[in-house]
Design a protein around this ligand. Structure first.
Ligand SMILES: Nc1ncnc2c1ncn2[C@@H]1O[C@H](COP(=O)(O)OP(=O)(O)OP(=O)(O)O)[C@@H](O)[C@H]1O
Length: 728
C-alpha cells in the first residue's frame, strides 16, 4: 500500500505530535518511523552522542500500514533463544573435534612450558630461599596479630586513653596466643618433615615430589610481583577468535559497495541473527548482510574476506546461509584446512558397500563426513588438471567395487593409468586416448544402450510379477542371481576425448544421452569425469540429466555453471575459489543435500590396491569376480585393424590392394568389416601412419594400378604401436 500525503493531513490533528508549522510539507511516513525507531535504538547504544537532539514528532497521522516491526527478517522467530545444548555438543563429530582442539591446545601449552622448564627450574631455585625468609617473616608478623586492631590502639594512645588501649591489647594478646600455637605446630611439622626428608629412607620419587611441591610454592612467595616464573603463552599467532567486530571489518574490506554504503549510513546494517558460536573445530557466524546485498557477492570474495581477517584462505569458509539470499554463513576454522588432518577413508581397512545405501565420500571443512549414494544417480565430476577429479571419481568406483554385486566398466581416456588398480575387478577396462581405446569405449556405449533395452524388458517382466513396484531395480532384484539387473557402474574419465573424436564423438554423445535418461531406474550408473565441460566436449543433454555434480577447481564461471548448473555461480556456489593442486580434492558437491564445499577422501594408489584386494576377496566369495580372459563384452568390436590386417595378409605378397584386403577383412569379421571399401580402409589407416599408395599388378597381361598398402609399412606400424603401448 502506498502512502498519500492526504492521509497524513486528514489525521494530523487527532493523533500524535503536531505537524510542523509549514503545514504543506510532505513527510514520508516510513522514513519518519525509521528515524523514530533509530532514535529509540540509540538509547541503548552506549556510543550515542547525548548532545545530539533527536527530532521527534514528525509522524503526522496514525499508521496506515501495520507496524513494520513484524516483517519476517526482524521477526521474533529470528531472535531465537540460545540452544540448551550447544550446537557443537549435539553431534559426536562436533564434540570430538572440540575435544581434539582442546587437547591440541593443552598439548601446545604443555610443550611450550616443557621446553622452557630448565629456565623455570633455575628461576625457582633462585627465588625459593627468598620465598622462605619472606614467608617466615610474614608468618611471624601474622602470629603477633599486630595488624588486627592496630589503628584502634593507636587512636586510644593518641587520646591518652590507657584503659581502652589495655583492653584492646588484651584482645590482641588473646588472638596472638592461638596464632603462636598454630605457628608452633606448623614449625614442628615442618621440622619433622625436614628431618624425615633428610634422614628417613624414602624413595627418590618421593623426595622429588616433595621438592616439586615445596620449591615452586616458596619460589612463588619469593619472586618479585612483576616477574612471573613461567613465560606467557602468546595467544596471537595460534588462533584468532571470531568476533562480530572482526567479521564486520572483514566484510567492509571485501569491497562490496552495497555493504560499505549501508554501513556508512547505519552501523547496524550488518546484523547477527544468532550469536557467533563454536561449530566443530571453529566458529560459525550467521550474518544478515545489508538489504539488497547477496551472500553470493561475499562468497565470491573469499580472498578479500580472509585478508580482512588476516587469516589463510583455507581457514575462511563463507557459504550462502539458509533463509534468504542475504544471509551468509561464515565458518572460520581454528586452523587452515590444509593443516587439519583429514580422517582416513572409513572403508579403507574394512567394510562393505551397498550401492543402494550411502557411503562415506567426502568431508566438510569442519571434517564432518559426507555420505554419497550411487544407485539411481549419475555423477559428473569436473575440474581443471590437478583439481583431484580423477581421485574423486576413483573413490566412487572403489566404493562400488566393495559391493560384490556391482559390475564395473571403466575407461580412462587420459592414458595415465589411475584406474589400473581396479582392472582385476572390472568386466571391461580401457586406458588411453588412441583410436583403438576410443573405439572400444564408443562400442561400450552402444552396448550400454542395448543393455538398457534388455534391462527395461527385464524390469517389465519383474514388474508384472510384482517384484519391481516402481518399475525400478530394487535391492532384492539387484541381488537376485541371473536377474540381469545387478548394478552396472560405468566410469569414463576425461570423457571429452570421446566426444571430441571426429569419428565416434557425435554418435557416442547421442547414445549416451539416451542411456543416461534410461539407465537410472535400470541400475545403470554413469560416472563421468571431464576437464572441459563446454557443450562440444560434453553434450548438454548429458549434463542436464546428471543428478550428482562435483565441481572441483575450475578456471571460470562458464565451466562452473556447466558442471553445477545454470546460476550456481551467481548463487554463490563457486568452485573458482579453489586452487588446483594446493587445494586438490576440494570442490562444490551438489545433489547430495545443500551444495557446499567438500573435500573427497584421499585414497592414494597404494591404499586403493588394498581396497581392491578386499573387493576381490568379496567378489571371490560372492562368485562375481570377472574371469580371466572374459574381461571384454561379448559383442565388443575389437577394432584392432593392424592385427587383423596382419592376420589376413595374402601369403607371399609384399603389397596388397585395399579392395583385396577389405574382402578378406569382411570374411574375418563380417559384423564389423562388411561394407568396407578402399576409402574406409584408407581413413582407418591414417591414424596408424600406414601410407596408402598406388600398387601396380599385372592382370591378364595388362598393368592395373590400384590403391593399396605394402607389407613393410604394415609391419613397421605394428612394431611402432607395440613400442608405444609397451606390448609384444
Ligand atoms: N582428496 C584429496 N585430498 C588431497 N589430495 C588430493 C585429493 N585428491 C587428489 N589429490 C592430489 O591431487 C593430485 C591430482 O589429483 P588427480 O589426478 O585426481 O587430478 P586431476 O584433476 O584428475 O588432474 P589431472 O587431469 O592432471 O590428472 C593427486 O596426485 C593427489 O596427490
Amino acid at each position: 500500500m502506498t502512502h498519500h500525503p492526504h492521509d497524513h493531513e486528514d489525521h494530523s490533528d487527532e493523533d500524535g505530535p503536531t505537524a510542523p508549522e509549514t503545514g504543506g510539507e510532505v513527510v514520508p511516513l516510513d522514513a519518519a518511523r525509521r528515524r523514530a525507531r533509530r532514535a529509540d535504538d540509540r538509547d541503548e547504544d552506549e556510543f550515542f552522542d547525548r548532545e545530539t537532539i533527536a527530532i521527534e514528532g514528525t509522524v503526522l497521522g496514525p499508521p496506515v500500514d501495520p507496524p513494520d516491526d513484524d516483517v519476517p527478517y526482524r521477526s521474533n522467530t529470528d531472535r531465537r533463544r540460545a540452544p540448551i545444548v550447544p550446537a557443537t555438543l549435539k553431534s559426536w563429530n562436533g564434540t570430538r573435534s572440540m575435544l581434539i582442539w582442546a587437547a591440541k591446545d593443552a598439548g601446545y601449552v604443555l610443550g611450550y612450558h616443557a621446553v622452557r622448564s630448565p629456565k623455570y627450574a633455575a628461576k625457582a631455585i633462585l627465588y625459593a630461599p627468598v620465598g622462605f625468609f619472606r614467608a617466615t617473616g610474614k608468618l611471624l608478623h601474622w602470629a603477633t596479630a599486630e595488624e588486627g586492631n592496630w589503628a584502634l590502639r593507636q587512636y586510644a594512645a593518641d587520646r591518652n586513653d590507657p584503659e581502652t588501649w589495655l583492653k584492646l591489647d588484651k584482645q590482641r594478646q588473646r588472638q596472638s596466643r592461638w596464632r603462636w600455637s598454630v605457628l608452633a605446630a606448623l614449625a614442628v611439622t615442618a621440622l619433622i618433615g625436614l628431618l624425615v626428608f633428610l634422614l628417613a629412607d624414602i624413595p627418590t620419587w618421593g623426595r622429588l615430589l616433595a621438592i616439586a611441591v615445596v620449591v615452586p610454592l616458596l619460589a612463588r612467595a619469593g619472586r618479585p610481583t612483576d616477574k612471573p616464573i613461567t613465560d606467557r603463552v602468546s595467544e596471537g599467532p595460534r588462533y584468532r577468535k571470531l568476533t562480530a567486530e572482526l567479521v564486520r571489518r572483514a566484510l567492509l574490506s571485501c569491497g562490496v559497495s552495497g555493504i560499505n554504503q549501508a554501513v556508512s549510513k547505519d552501523q547496524h546494517a550488518i546484523s547477527f541473527p544468532q550469536d557467533i558460536h563454536r561449530d566443530g573445530p571453529g566458529h560459525l557466524a550467521i550474518i544478515d548482510l545489508p538489504f539488497g546485498v547477496e551472500a553470493a557477492d561475499v562468497v565470491a570474495r573469499r580472498g578479500r574476506l580472509a585478508s580482512g581477517m588476516r587469516l589463510p584462505l583455507d581457514q575462511v569458509w563463507p557459504e550462502p546461509g539458509d533463509g534468504h539470499p542475504g544471509r551468509l554463513a561464515l565458518w572460520v576454522g581454528y586452523e587452515p584446512a590444509s593443516q587439519m588432518k583429514q580422517p582416513a577413508w572409513p572403508l579403507l581397512k574394512d567394510g562393505k558397500v551397498d550401492v543402494f545405501k550411502p557411503f562415506p565420500f567426502a568431508t566438510t571443512p569442519r571434517m564432518d563426513t559426507i555420505n554419497a549414494a550411487l544407485m539411481f544417480r549419475n555423477w559428473l565430476v569436473g575440474g581443471q588438471p590437478g583439481s583431484g577429479k580423477t581421485f574423486a571419481l576413483r573413490l566412487a568406483v572403489l566404493a562400488a567395487s566393495l559391493d560384490p554385486r556391482a559390475e564395473l566398466r571403466i575407461y580412462e581416456l587420459k592414458g595415465v593409468g589411475d584406474f589400473k588398480v581396479l582392472e582385476p575387478v572390472c568386466t571391461e577396462y580401457g586406458n588411453g586416448f588412441d583410436d583403438e581405446t576410443i573405439a572400444r569405449c564408443a562400442g561400450m556405449i552402444r552396448w550400454l544402450y542395448k543393455e538398457c533395452e534388455h534391462r527395461s524388458k527385464r524390469i517389465a517382466h519383474f514388474a508384472q510379477l510384482g517384484k519391481a513396484p516402481e518399475n525400478k531395480v530394487t535391492p532384492e532384484l539387484a541381488s537376485l542371481k541371473d536377474s540381469g539387473l545387478h548394478p552396472l557402474i560405468v566410469a569414463i574419465d576425461e570423457i571429452q576425448e570421446l566426444f571430441l573424436h571426429p569419428k565416434y564423438g557425435k554418435e557416442a554423445g547421442e547414445i549416451l544421452e539416451k542411456v543416461i535418461k534410461l539407465g537410472r531406474a535400470l541400475g545403470v550408473i554413469l560416472l563421468i569425469g571431464t576437464q572441459i565441460p563446454d557443450k562440444d566436449s560434453l553434450p548438454t543433454g548429458i549434463t542436464r540429466n546428471v543428478n550428482t555434480r562435483y565441481c572441483m577447481s575450475v578456471a571460470d564461471q562458464v565451466a562452473n555453471d556447466m558442471i553445477l548448473g545454470t546460476s550456481m555461480y551467481k548463487n554463490g556456489y563457486r568452485a573458482t575459489i579453489f586452487e588446483p593442486v594446493k587445494e586438490a580434492g576440494w570442490g562444490i558437491l551438489s545433489g547430495l543435500g545443500k551444495p557446499a564445499a567438500r573435500r573427497s577422501f584421499m585414497v592414494d594408489t597404494d591404499a586403493a590396491k588394498h581396497v581392491v584386494a578386499r573387493a576381490m576377496q568379496l567378489r571371490g566369495l560372492a562368485g562375481t569376480l570377472p574371469e580371466e580372459g572374459t574381461q571384454t563384452r561379448t559383442d565388443a568390436p575389437t577394432f584392432d585393424l593392424l592385427t587383423d590386417l596382419a592376420q589376413i595378409w595374402p601369403a607371399g605378397e609384399t603389397a596388397a590392394w585395399n579392395e583385396t584386403l577389405c574382402t578378406r577383412l569382411a570374411e574375418l569379421r563380417p559384423d564389423f568389416y562388411t561394407g568396407w571399401a578402399s576409402e574406409q580402409l584408407t581413413t582407418a589407416l591414417k591414424p596408424h601412419a600406414v601410407p596408402v599408395q598406388s600398387i601396380g599388378r599385372r592382370i591378364d597381361g595388362k598393368a592395373v594400378t590400384r590403391r593399396g598398402i605394402r607389407l613393410d609399412d604394415l609391419t613397421d606400424a605394428i612394431a611402432e604401436r607395440n613400442r608405444r603401448t609397451g606390448t609384444e
